[in-house]
Design a protein around this ligand. Sequence first.
Ligand code: IPD
Ligand code: CA
Ligand code: CA
Ligand code: CA
Length: 260
Amino acid sequence: MAIWHEVDKAVKQWLKDARKSIVESLESALDIDTKSNANDLVTNVDKETEQFFVKQIKEHYPHHKIVGEEGFGDKIDDLKGIVWIIDPIDGTMNFVHQKRNFYISIGILEDGIGRVGYLYDVILDELYWASKGKGAFFNEEMISPLEEGNINEAIIGFNPASIHSEQAAQTFIPLLKDVRGARSYGSAAMEFAYVATGRLDAYISLGLSPWDFAGGKIIVEELGGVVTDLQGNPVNMLEKSSILAARPELHKQLCDYLQS
Ligand code: IPD
Ligand code: CA
Ligand code: CA
Ligand code: CA
């Protein structure tokens, strides 16, 4: 539909504009605050980037609704109409400490259905994106659909620091031994982009917010991957959720493993 073509062009331009400001901001001191705890960081750049997107969207698409991590969007309690779900900087800790490995993540839904998704590696200027039914792309190159996989040969994205309870330890430590390898990149968007391109076979998180998974879910699903919570249920795009994103057959194996 014409609207998605136009939106796609606009988003890609805004991502480039945001990149320019973010890269410039790395030249000066960041204004860093904490949120829920001492390691939950937010900077002036997270807030300014979200404000930039909200301003552009409101100007060009005044009837669209916006959910953004930093709270400059709308307060919504349903997914009617067109809803943009935005994480202005995913991987803020990487942004602050490493000045790389952080993404802008955008998912746009129409009546609750994911239509277009964008995961943008700001420093590398690399864009992973998908348009529902039209394919998924790495920059301008089409990404091949995801093939089956199995646990013993899988490299999974998983943050070991998320093991907080004895029960979680009993579930995940054996899994970490059974898979071929595990990696933790510090950006959910990056882990989704890696699942999309086969650099990871699966990504598991015990708790993410909609802005962490909205863009990635659209891209991985467009490639035939499966994205659910850890019990295999569909995720609610307005609520926090655990996440299991994987190649199709591997998703089933991991779900069975986690339920056993
Ligand atoms: C965080 C990153 C991280 C994930 C956290 C998220 P933020 O997002 O995606 O990889 O483990 O749960 O909150 O706060 O850097 O946008
Ligand atoms: Ca955050
Ligand atoms: Ca995030
Ligand atoms: Ca963020």
